[in-house]
Design a protein around this ligand. Structure first.
Ligand code: PLP
Length: 447
């Protein structure tokens, strides 16, 4: 564990909250990455957010480049979303019966993502991928799932395995408490490696229920799929009767109005354009919940028809389709206009260009990669096509860079392996604030 770059004296109220939290919450946080373990120092406890800004418990302001890890695409406390939430909440928080808001949210998703004929709403991205895998197993009558190293699909037992490489290796669980039997039904392959996929299917294709992949990887830093890989995934799964599950929890409604799939099928996508068919199932979360705990999985109607109460695959949730969360998600999606996507492009490119030029000026090796307006900065030279490349970077340089930015009021994701997220509320003042902080941070990274 490296020495913290910033001391607790710089954030006394957060330090005090962390101490209190650590008594009653393991590690003081409710999701591990928030604890700053990868960068050291005191995680900032936020008191409020408005537009592109966060204010911590000490009253210090930050330009937010996490955006709640993706959902806050319109910025914090957007007036339209706030109005929708307030209106919905005033009519009751949860009924345990069907209600109209969930229908409207489902209709909005189906309207936006052409291959998705039906969706079921759930409460988190983890539930979405877990349920999609169960459905794929129920549909095919097979057990084995293929995932790719470096791709994160939530903390589902069978999908936590990401260690191990090579063809058809039985993965070992990455977490204590995951049964070997569960991880044993998972084959982990290198991302963007079509020959490895073909070899795995040649050997065990008849056992494989599904391949799950991030539509564009964002959880090892941003690593877009090559067009050959995207096409190969569809071709190989179809040849062997396995389902293809595209995890758009992170990319969905962020990379375009129809997620990364929308980018791939856009007429102007050039050689990125998908030449084979669509995935069978998709998972969504983050943006479609507008900052509330709601997510979804969906796809082909004949596959979705297997879900209870219509079919034999059980899946349920006390709060699924919650009217307040659905209102937040719907208002957020309705706010995702072409102008919003245009602004995301402008903001992310302004920031990334400035990062690249300051790191170059300070002679810090770096590589910036993109999926739509999602980008990440790898502290290394050369393209990153999979997890081994992503791990081969100077995380110590990132730590110094991170803390120099934090000290100047810019909150980056506290890990070198994460996408940076912007919102359409990042106005010129916020972007200028980020850009002004970069020279000192680049020099710190070089130190
Ligand atoms: N899938 C992807 C691609 C994700 O990025 C995440 C979360 O970061 C998940 C699934 C899990 O979503 P959640 O954290 O809502 O359970």
């Amino acid at each position: 564990q490296p020495a913290p770059v910033q001391t607790t004296s710089e954030a006394p109220a957060s330090a005090a909250l962390l101490e209190r939290a650590s008594v009653v919450i393991p590690g003081g946080v409710n999701s591990p990455v928030r604890a700053f373990r990868a960068v050291g120092g005191t995680p900032r406890f936020m008191a409020s957010g408005s537009g592109p800004w966060l204010t911590d418990a000490d009253g210090k302001r930050y330009v937010d480049l996490i955006c709640s890890w993706g959902p806050m695409i319109l910025g914090h406390a957007h007036p339209d979303v706030l109005a929708a939430v307030t209106e919905a909440a005033a009519r009751g928080f949860s009924f345990g019966t069907p209600s109209e808001n969930e229908v409207r949210l489902a209709e909005e998703i189906v309207a936006r993502v052409e291959p998705v004929e039906q969706v079921r709403l759930v409460n988190s991205g983890t539930e979405a991928t877990m349920s999609a895998i169960r459905l794929a197993r129920g549909f095919t009558g097979r057990d084995v799932v293929v995932k790719f190293a470096g791709c994160y699909h939530g903390h589902v037992d069978a999908l936590l395995a990401s260690a191990g490489s090579g063809i058809a290796t039985f993965a070992l669980p990455d977490s204590a408490g995951v049964p070997r039997s569960s991880a044993g039904e998972t084959i982990v392959l290198p991302y963007n490696d079509l020959p490895a996929l073909e070899a795995a299917f040649a050997e065990r294709g008849h056992e494989i229920a599904a391949v799950i992949t991030e539509a564009a990887a964002g959880n090892m830093g941003v690593v877009p799929p090559t067009p050959e890989f995207t096409d190969g995934l569809r071709r190989v799964t179809a040849e062997h009767g396995a389902l293809l599950v595209s995890d758009e929890v992170m990319t969905g409604f962020r990379c375009s109005a129809a997620g990364y799939y929308g980018l791939e099928t856009a007429a102007d996508a050039g050689d990125r354009r998908r030449t084979t068919g669509a995935p069978d199932l998709f998972t969504f979360g983050k943006v479609m919940g507008g900052g509330f705990p709601t997510a979804a999985f969906g796809g082909r109607a004949d596959v979705m028809a297997l879900l209870a109460p219509q079919g034999p695959v059980y899946q349920a949730g006390t709060l699924s389709g919650n009217p307040v969360a659905s209102a937040a998600g719907l208002a957020t999606l309705q706010g995702c206009t072409p102008e919003v996507y245009a602004r995301l492009d402008v903001v992310s490119h302004a920031i990334a260009d400035a990062v690249a030029s300051e790191l170059s000026a300070a002679s810090v090796p770096h590589r910036i990669q993109w999926a739509g307006s999602m980008f990440s900065v790898f502290f290394r030279e050369g393209a990153v096509s999979g997890y081994d490349d992503a791990k081969d970077q100077d995380t110590a340089a990132f730590r110094r860079f991170f803390h120099a930015m934090l000290g100047q009021g810019v909150h980056l994701p506290p890990s070198a392996f994460e996408s940076w997220f912007v919102s359409a509320a990042h106005d010129d003042a916020a972007v200028d604030h980020v850009i002004a902080a970069l020279p000192a941070a680049a020099r710190a990274a070089a130190a």
